[in-house]
Design a protein around this ligand. Sequence first.
Ligand code: GLY
Ligand code: MN
Ligand code: MN
Length: 374
Amino acid sequence: MTALSEALAGRHARLREAMKSHGLGAVAINASPTLGYLTGLGFHLSERPVMAVFTVEGTPTMVVPELESLKFKKAQFDVNLYTYTESLDSWQTAFSDALSYLASSKVGVEPRWLRVLELRFLEGAASRATLVSGEEAIAHLRMHKDVIELDMMRTATRIAQDALRATLPELKAGITELEAASILIQNMLRLGSGGELPFQPIVAFGPNSANPHAEPTDRPLQEGDLALFDWGANYNGYFSDLTRTFTFGDVDPELLKIAGLVEAANGAGRAASAPGVEAGDIDRATRAVIADAGYGEYFMHRTGHGLGLEVHEEPYIRDDNTQVMAPGMTFTVEPGIYLAGRGGVRIEDDVVITADGAESLSDMPRAVVPIPRG
Ligand code: GLY
Ligand code: MN
Ligand code: MN
């Protein structure tokens, strides 16, 4: 058994348990991140439908275009494979041959990913099946990362950190946010990131850093700016998502004050992260540092979000989430304070719950310090 085949067997066993506890007879997955998770193979949403169906007992079934069938030479799990050709007539036939056994089953699907394209073929194959959301069962499964997944996330974090380190010496007065973002992206790709980044890096200078979801512009770096970088890499489909903020020249003392508060809030959030606490506890511990200093209204977003095959997934680290944290859960801790028209600071780490606390996958210094000048 390879490490991957062992991991896939474990994921399939946990999926079957989740199906039983959610009363599902089957789960049908199209080319979503979950498909990679359950097959160890890479698929993308395209005009050609792809579907895998897992049942409580028995071998999974997959329907794929014939031209993708070579991928299955590397499959590390048993699968009943059905293929269709470029002839459109063959598509429904393949789905019907593969999936008519579903009969009147209750089938869980992913509402955020299943398209009418696959839905029609699924309905054509099993018209008496009832389709329901399998989101909760699947999110529960994916929230708990196994050793292989954590390795990928560590690598995605290392690539991102090394890429920012390589970018900082390039940042001179006058460089624009777009130019800096471009150098950062090139460094991530050079250092081994997959081309599908988790999101376009945020590079925000001066007042632009007060916008939590800023997009890079042609604003040049100037003396007195805060410079905020929110970026992440992709390693085998697993993402990192980090934020660090720097100063450039002499910065308004209140901006330095909020920098210290955000760093303390980030530390409090990581310290509060442990098995047995609720996601809401982590949010409150983080937020309290900022609120107690009188800046609560300037931290207007949740403390973080789960991270893995998607950049935003369960568990969401917000006040009203009673999800109990458990070893293997990965998420961000990313407090920020944003003073409109002046600047903002956010410090974001990627954290995994361990047996007795939490570990930050990211270890770049967090303090808001001057960009090193070459
Ligand atoms: N970069 C998006 C986020 O931090 O959630
Ligand atoms: Mn981020
Ligand atoms: Mn984030």
